[in-house]
Every structure is written in structure tokens, then in C-alpha cells.
Design a binder for this molecule. Structure first.
Ligand code: ZN
Length: 120
């Protein structure tokens, strides 16, 4: 039985370099970076959907948090920062529910193949 080796420029090849104590070549280094960036954006998509669901489930509470953030808004602070802060507080107030939502969204991300631009 032969094991087929993935060519350079793939995540597997990058791992192979490291396992062999080699410095990954440029193609492998780039592939690894792209992979890392994709994983990070998959995580942030999942987190943002989980936060939206949590916000919908606790709308009055979220509205109160937002109002409070606006009251102590510092000069020049953008409104999306205030929203982000209110979301963070909300998810810390409901950590168990948030964890469930986040896990479900991450599973969904993992099950979804990397989106390819082919919309018409
Ligand atoms: Zn390589």
C-alpha cells in the first residue's frame, strides 16, 4: 500500500515539512496562512450568528444594554463598537445558552464546504 503525498502548497505538506523538522517552503507557508485565515473567519461568522440569535432571544435586555452604552458613549466612539460591547455583555450574562448557540453554529460552519464565488 502506498500513501499518496500531498504536493507542496497544501496544509498536509506544510505539516510534513514541520514533522521533518524542515522550514516550510513558501507555497506551504501561504497555504497554512490561508487555512488559518479561513478558520478564523469561520469562527467569527459562527460567533456573529450565535450572537444575533442570542440578541433575538433577549431583545428587551439587549435594548437596555445598548441604551446604557449610548449613555456612556465617549466622544468619537462609533456605534458599531457600542453594539459589539452590548453583545459581549449579553453573551457573558447568558454563557450557557451562548455556548450552546456557538457550538451549533461552529458545527454548521464545519459542515459547510468553503464557499466558492459562483452566485449568479
Ligand atoms: Zn512545501
Amino acid at each position: 500500500m502506498t500513501v499518496e503525498l500531498k504536493p507542496c502548497g497544501t496544509r498536509s505538506a506544510n505539516v510534513r515539512h514541520l514533522r521533518h523538522d524542515e522550514k516550510p517552503c513558501e507555497a506551504c507557508r501561504q497555504a497554512n496562512l490561508a487555512n488559518f485565515a479561513e478558520a478564523r473567519s469561520a469562527y467569527s461568522r459562527a460567533r456573529s450568528r450565535a450572537r444575533q440569535t442570542l440578541r433575538d432571544e433577549h431583545r428587551p435586555e439587549f435594548d437596555e444594554l445598548i441604551e446604557a452604552e449610548y449613555r456612556r458613549r465617549k466622544p468619537g466612539e462609533k456605534s458599531n463598537i457600542l453594539h459589539q460591547r452590548a453583545m459581549e455583555i449579553l453573551s457573558k450574562r447568558h454563557p450557557d445558552r451562548f455556548a450552546v448557540l456557538l457550538a451549533a453554529e461552529r458545527a454548521r460552519e464545519a459542515a459547510t464546504p468553503t464557499p466558492t464565488p459562483k452566485e449568479s
